[in-house]
Design a protein around this ligand. Structure first.
Ligand SMILES: [Zn+2]
Length: 427
């Protein structure tokens, strides 16, 4: 609304949102950025932002504030899962069944339940990295969450994803049949740029590209991956996305596809199963993020004496040295589960334990799911941190996750945007 004030048109600001005050009495606080744990703290939340954090005293409670007693719990910022597929759920059928037999409407409706499940497990933000044939359903889901129709995490979405002809699922159908692909397939830099433009125009916050598709174990026992987009195709996508102030996530395992991903200026490498010394050096130099996604590689291996089974085992075998190499080189690592490629019945927090097993400290792992991911999303200081001015996204677990990382599977409290969605029983 425009008002005339002293002859000058000024914009009348809307009345600020509810200024209700909640004080969280926290037994221990891990704030997402600091290595220190603070004991017995009061986190004052006003509206949807954190107002202050300081030592707990009853006098720290403003009059009229509601107090949440988490004095025997560990409180962290809300977590960020930087790699999911909310439009997929293997519990509902294999990939081709979901793509070919389920409507986008069914998949989006199902995703509303999965989004709620994510929030209950402590994930207040998600980067969902492609809908797998469900078009722009992620944009719609994000809008429904923002409008309050659906309860779920804050969403960063990447819509359809981009690969090349022959570079994505489903495979093996007759060429006479017109089978839809799980990603937008392009050939040549012109088509690649056009696909990026379309996706950005229809609401993509990130662009997702596939730089590898098929992979297998060769006669020498090495993991080999088929490259997809060329360097010129990727550069067209990255150039377009960066012009919009957006970033590009690249699915890449190793080899030629990985080289092109890094030379082409990818912002994040997804999976990075088999990184060479050269790859990690380039990632550290360019500041490329790594989202290693351990969970899918532990899930349902094919029988041992089959090519698919050999591939499954090889992927696992190379993943740990790859991750250790990246850690040693100082590559920035973010938390991502790849949920949707495995069943949502698995607790998402299992990924924390895998990251610890692969060489990270529990504190580093918590930061990878909070401040580090927030930085990658361009939301440092607002998400993934407990500090004055940040969004009031707060999670609590029963116990000490630094002593036992599995405690992160026991979420007792979830607040998103200042609103409580889960709290200890007995209230
Ligand atoms: Zn994925």
């Amino acid at each position: 609304m425009l008002l005339e004030l002293f002859g000058v048109a000024v914009l009348a600001l809307p009345i600020p949102p509810s200024s209700s005050v909640v004080v969280i009495h926290a037994g221990a606080v891990i704030d997402g950025t600091s290595a220190a744990v603070r004991r017995d703290q009061a986190i004052v939340v006003r509206g949807n932002r954190i107002e202050s954090i300081g030592p707990w005293t009853p006098s720290a409670v403003p009059s009229g504030a509601r107090v949440v007693d988490l004095s025997s719990a560990t409180v962290t910022p809300g977590w960020i899962d930087a790699h999911t597929h909310l439009m997929l759920d293997p519990a509902g059928g294999d990939y081709d069944t979901q793509l070919l037999k389920q409507t986008n409407e069914f998949r989006a409706a199902r995703a509303t339940a999965l989004a709620r499940r994510m929030l209950d497990q402590g994930f207040t933000t998600v980067r969902d990295v492609e809908t797998e044939g469900a078009g722009y359903a992620d944009v719609g889901l994000k809008q429904a969450v923002e409008a309050g129709y659906v309860v779920g995490p804050r969403m960063y979405v990447s819509t359809r994803a981009i690969s090349s002809t022959g570079g994505y699922e489903p495979n093996g159908y007759s060429p006479e049949r017109d089978i839809p692909a799980g990603a937008q397939l392009v050939d040549g830099p012109v088509e690649a740029r056009k696909a990026a433009r379309e996706q950005l125009a229809y609401g993509a916050d990130w662009i997702k590209v596939y730089m590898n598709h098929r992979s297998w174990v060769d006669a020498k026992g090495r993991l080999v991956s088929q490259p997809t987009l060329t360097l010129d195709e990727l550069k067209a996508v990255v150039d377009e996305a960066h012009g919009w102030g957006r970033k590009v996530a690249c699915h890449a395992y190793n080899g030629i596809g990985m080289r092109r991903a890094l030379d082409g200026g990818c912002d994040s490498i997804e999976h990075g199963l088999d990184l060479s010394d050269e790859d990690v050096a380039q990632m550290a130099k360019q500041g490329t993020w790594l989202c290693p996604t351990m969970m899918p590689y532990y899930y349902e291996w094919a029988p041992e004496n089959t090519p698919a089974g050999a591939k499954d085992r090889k992927r696992m075998e190379v993943h740990m040295p790859s991750m250790r190499k990246a850690l040693k080189a100082g590559v920035k690592i973010v938390f991502g589960t790849d949920a949707g490629s495995f069943s949502w019945d698995e607790p998402l927090a299992k990924e924390f334990a895998y990251m610890v097993e692969f060489g990270m400290t529990p504190m580093a792992v918590i930061q990878s799911a909070t401040s580090r991911s927030a930085e990658m999303l361009g939301a440092a200081g607002e998400l993934g941190v407990l500090a004055p001015g940040a969004y009031a996204d707060v999670v609590a677990v029963a116990g000490d996750p630094l002593a036992d990382v599995k405690v992160l599977e026991k979420v007792v409290f979830v607040m998103k945007d200042g609103k409580i969605y889960k709290e200890p029983a007995g209230r």
